[in-house]
Design a protein around this ligand. Structure first.
Ligand code: BDR
Ligand code: CA
Length: 319
C-alpha cells in the first residue's frame, strides 16, 4: 500500500521539484498540500500549490491554506531573490481554476491524522508554523502520526538564511522548538545533507529534454533559481535542491546516514534559528540541559547524493 503523506509547503522552486517528485512516486499517496508563508506570502503559496496540482493533472488533491506569519513576531519577507516574485521563477503562470478548501492547514492536518492513526507522515518543507499550530490545537496528533520528515535545520553545517540558521527554521524558530520538543519521531533533513546534493547543469538538462509537463515546468522555473546559485555560490556548478531530499528520505531512508540526538533551537540573538544537536565535540549531552527530557531526532548527516539524484531524475524525466 502506498505511504500516506501530507506536504506542508511554501512553493518555491525546490518545493515544486519535491511536490512533483512525490506525485510521480507510486510508493507515495499525497493526501493533501498545506501551505505556509516562507518563500512567498501564504496566499501566493496557496495559488502556486493549486497551479502545480493542475499542471500535474492532480487537482483531486486538496489544498489547505495555513499561517501567514510566524507564532512570534513578523514574517521576515519572501525569498523573491531566490525563487522569483511569483515563487515560480517569474514565468507568469495563469491563475488556477480551482480553490483551496475551507479548512485551515492545521485543521486539515489534525482531521487527517486523527482519522488514520499511525498511518500519515507529515513532510514539512517550509517554516514549521502549521505543524506547531496543529500540535497546539490537538496534542494527540503526536501519538497518531507515523513520522515527521522535515526539510530544515543545520546540525554541523553553517546556515543559509543567516551565518548560523537555515531558512525554514529561521522563519519561525518558536514553531521549530515546539516540533522538536514534542514526543514524536522527527527526522531532520537539513543543510548537513542538502548541501551535499548538487544538481549539476548536466542533470538540469534532462528536465529540458523530458517530454512530460512536470519536467517541462521545472525546466522553465529553475532558470531563475539557478541564476541565484551562480551569483551566491560561485564554487557550485548548478543548484542545491533542498526540499526533494525530504521526499527521498520518505521513499528510501537507506540513502542517508543518520545520527540520533535531541535538538534545541536557539531563539535569541545572532544564533536565532540555529538547531543545536545534543552533542558537544564528541561528548553526548542529550541527558543534560538544555536537551534534558527531549526525544531523540533522526538527524541526516550523510547522503548518497548520486543515488538520490538518479532516483529523483528517473521519476521526473520519464515520459
Ligand atoms: C529551504 O528554504 C527555502 O527557500 C527552500 O524552499 C527550502 O525549503 C532551504 O533552506
Ligand atoms: Ca520550501
Amino acid at each position: 500500500m502506498a505511504r500516506k503523506i501530507i506536504i506542508d509547503t511554501d512553493p518555491g522552486v525546490d518545493d515544486t521539484m519535491a511536490i512533483f517528485f512525490a506525485l510521480r512516486s507510486p510508493e507515495l499517496d499525497v493526501l493533501g498540500l498545506t501551505t505556509i508563508f516562507g518563500n512567498v506570502a501564504v496566499e501566493l503559496a496557496t495559488t502556486n500549490a493549486l497551479r502545480l496540482l493542475e499542471i500535474a493533472g492532480r487537482s483531486d488533491i486538496p489544498v489547505a491554506q495555513g499561517a501567514h506569519a510566524p507564532i512570534a513576531g513578523r514574517f521576515n519577507g519572501p525569498a523573491d531573490f531566490v525563487h522569483g516574485a511569483d515563487g515560480q521563477g517569474n514565468v507568469e503562470l495563469p491563475p488556477p481554476s480551482t480553490h483551496a478548501i475551507a479548512q485551515s492547514a492545521a485543521e486539515f492536518i489534525i482531521e487527517q491524522v486523527m482519522a488514520a492513526p499511525g498511518e500519515i507522515t507529515l513532510v514539512p518543507i517550509g517554516p514549521l508554523t502549521n505543524i506547531a499550530l496543529a500540535l497546539h490545537l490537538e496534542p494527540r496528533i503526536a501519538q497518531n502520526v507515523r513520522e515527521v520528515v522535515l526539510m530544515g535545520g543545520n546540525a554541523y553545517e553553517a546556515g543559509n538564511a543567516t551565518p548560523t540558521a537555515e531558512a525554514n527554521i529561521w522563519n519561525d524558530p518558536e514553531a521549530a522548538e515546539a516540533v522538536f520538543a514534542a514526543d514524536w519521531q522527527v527526522t531532520m533533513v537539513g543543510l548537513d545533507v542538502t548541501h551535499k546534493v548538487n544538481m549539476t547543469p548536466e542533470h538540469l538538462a534532462r528536465y529540458e529534454q523530458a517530454q512530460n509537463p512536470l519536467a517541462q515546468h521545472i525546466a522553465r522555473i529553475v532558470r531563475f533559481y539557478r541564476a541565484f546559485f551562480e551569483r551566491h555560490y560561485p564554487h557550485l556548478q548548478g543548484i542545491y535542491v533542498h526540499d526533494s531530499s525530504a521526499i527521498a528520505y520518505v521513499l528510501d531512508p537507506s540513502l542517508f546516514q543518520v545520527e540520533r540526538w535531541p535538538i534545541r533551537v536557539e531563539l535569541a540573538g545572532l544564533g536565532r534559528g540555529k538547531t543545536w544537536p545534543g552533542v558537544v565535540g564528541n561528548v553526548a549531552r542529550e541527558g543534560a540541559l538544555p536537551w534534558e527530557g527531549r526525544p531523540p531526532v533522526n538527524i541526516c548527516v550523510g547522503v548518497d547524493a548520486e543515488r538520490l539524484l538518479e532516483m529523483e531524475l528517473g521519476q521526473l524525466t520519464s515520459a
